[in-house]
Design a binder for this molecule. Structure first.
Ligand code: ZN
Ligand code: FE
Length: 261
């Protein structure tokens, strides 16, 4: 509601397929509900039923099948407005609203800002909801990792991650996969002396042993522990034998090592 401080949206994390996450973001005042990504219809429809919510929007992050294949089954029951990147309109499901970097629209009273976070794919977008302090990053910034570079360059991904890292520290990072434990095994090889990383890995192991999700995560913790946000860190540079190197080159080295890991 304009002129009033909006309540944060209620965010629900939905495990889909073998390791994907979709999210619901619900505005209690208006009743509007956004789905972010549509990996699989059944668990998402179930979550909507459990909450008694009706979808108003589906926000797609990128064209990969494991983020869009559930869409038609969801739209049959919830004929919502589908939002996605204009740059990818040709390879996304049919879009009602095509968006580019800098665009914004509203879910209930919440402003949603569009960020271009190309790298994993070219045309990958993230959705940032500042009043709720949440960003939906899918396969760009991930918990302790970042997406593989299928289409973009290391420089593109680094620029995308820098954009996300500039958001407020308390931002909730809602990413697309439960890859955190395997990301942790890699992270410790490039940043072995980082006490925050060691503590986080202990938390991750405990959470996974208990069957708990490690997504979403908090941006401040990503900045302290995610090697893909830490290419300028002197300890990582020293460990890689790249002291004083350009952060772009260090990032490319870290991404290359992860690809071969
Ligand atoms: Zn993907
Ligand atoms: Fe994915």
């Amino acid at each position: 509601m304009k002129g009033q401080k909006a309540m944060p949206l209620e965010i629900v994390t939905i495990p889909c397929l073998s390791d994907n996450y979709a999210f619901l973001a619900h505005d209690a005042t208006s009743g509007q509900t956004a789905l972010i990504d549509a990996p699989e219809a059944a668990p998402i429809l179930q979550a909507l039923d459990d909450k008694g919510w009706t979808l108003s929007h589906v926000l797609l992050t990128h064209h990969h099948w494991d983020h869009v294949d559930g869409l038609s089954g969801i739209l049959e029951k919830h004929p919502a407005q589908v939002v996605g990147a204009a740059a990818d309109a040709h390879r996304l499901p049919s879009l009602d609203l095509q968006v580019v970097e800098g665009d914004s629209f509203e879910i209930g009273g919440e402003q949603v800002q569009v960020l271009d976070v190309s790298g994993h794919t070219v045309g990958h977008v993230a959705y940032y909801m500042p009043q709720s302090a949440a960003v939906f990053t899918a396969d760009s910034l991930m918990a302790l990792g970042c997406g593989r570079l299928f289409e973009g360059t290391p420089d593109q991904m680094r620029a995308s991650l820098s954009k996300l890292a500039a958001l407020p520290d308390d931002t909730l990072v809602c990413s697309g996969h439960e890859y955190t434990q395997s990301n942790a095994k890699f992270a410790i090889t490039v940043d072995p002396d980082n006490p925050d990383l060691k503590a986080r890995i202990a938390d991750i192991e405990r959470a996974r042993a208990a069957g708990e999700a490690t997504v979403p995560s908090i941006l401040a913790l990503e900045k302290a522990t995610n090697p893909f946000l830490r290419a300028a860190d002197p300890a990582i540079q020293a460990h890689l034998g790249m002291t004083g190197a350009r952060p772009e080159a260090v990032f490319a080295e870290i991404r290359g090592r992860k690809d071969r890991f």
